[in-house]
Design a binder for this molecule. Structure first.
Ligand code: SF4
Ligand code: SF4
Ligand code: SF4
Length: 272
């Protein structure tokens, strides 16, 4: 049973968040929401430990579809970055601000970019495309993320400054339009750069939060240098071009790791 400590810990963490928010916000929804997400993630980690081939994809679909269809389309919650700015400006610690705090700002100190590997509904679709392993070298155009980040902030700030009526309706429409744009750009870039995760590497505004926070992540892929034979296999299969054989926090593309464990599965020496 010892090997199942990680899913158990994940479940306890999410249940703690669920119960704390339920009691402090007096809203049963938080109990349901974080319990569901915690159970999905723990189930996925459990499947991974049992070497289930599609463990990560199962979690991605369980959490991604829930957030996109239930929270986004049915409950009309904009859980994208515009929704985060919206709630931040209104000074309310609800929905998207809680989601960002847990998954994208403070959570990464613990589980890095686990969100990107196991829950994001944009990547959930992009990961179905054919270029799981990038076929071309990484490009130096990551600065685009700062433009999309600023654009999302300016868009929401402009709505408040212009005192736009029915902002909640606009935010819902922005959620639909934003997702259509993300999927379209993500799919075009994946084919253009022969890399499923090109959108994540160059465009996604959320990485402005994710990258610096995941630098300090407790959960990391580490290399046992005594076992490693420097065959390079791990680096050729990594979707994010991480140099996981370097254990320092400054390793190449270290803040890009999405904890997909593809390198771990492919290492012939079990060094990772
Ligand atoms: S980088 Fe952005 S689009 Fe890619 S998985 Fe992370 S949050 Fe989703
Ligand atoms: S695949 Fe394993 S043995 Fe090969 S370089 Fe990577 S860590 Fe070392
Ligand atoms: S292959 Fe390894 S280093 Fe690359 S993103 Fe996945 S877990 Fe991280």
């Amino acid at each position: 049973m010892k090997k199942y400590w990680l899913p158990a810990v994940m479940l306890v963490i999410f249940e703690t968040v669920a119960v704390t928010l339920w009691l402090t916000k007096d809203n049963l929804f938080y109990l349901f929401n974080f319990s569901y997400i915690g159970l999905s993630i723990s189930f996925g980690v459990f499947l991974f430990i049992r070497k289930h081939k599609h463990a990560r994809r199962i979690v991605q679909l369980l959490v991604g579809l829930y957030m996109l269809i239930y929270l986004g389309l049915i409950c009309s919650e904009n859980m994208q970055i515009e929704g985060f700015w919206y709630y931040l400006f209104t000074g309310v610690f609800e929905a998207a601000t809680i989601h960002y705090a847990v998954a994208k700002i403070f959570g990464p100190l613990l589980f890095g970019r686990g969100w990107c590997g196991y829950a994001c509904w944009t990547a959930m679709v992009l990961d179905f495309l054919p270029y799981k392993v990038p076929e071309k070298p990484r490009k130096k155009i990551g600065w685009i993320r700062y433009i999309t980040f600023a654009a999302s902030l300016i868009f929401v700030a402009a709505l408040f400054l212009a005192k736009a009526g029915n902002i909640e309706r606009i935010m819902f429409l922005a959620f639909i339009a934003g997702n259509i744009i993300y999927y379209a750009v993500g799919i075009i870039l994946a084919y253009a750069f022969k890399d499923n995760r090109a959108f994540c590497k160059y465009i996604c505004p959320v990485t402005v939060f994710l990258k610096p926070m995941s630098y300090f992540s407790l959960l990391r892929v580490k290399c046992d240098n005594d076992k490693c034979i420097s065959c390079g296999k791990c680096k050729t299969v990594c979707p994010m071009n991480v140099d996981m054989t370097d254990n320092s926090r400054k390793r190449a593309n270290g803040t890009e790791c999405i904890l997909c464990m593809v390198c771990v599965r492919n290492c012939p020496r079990g060094a990772l």
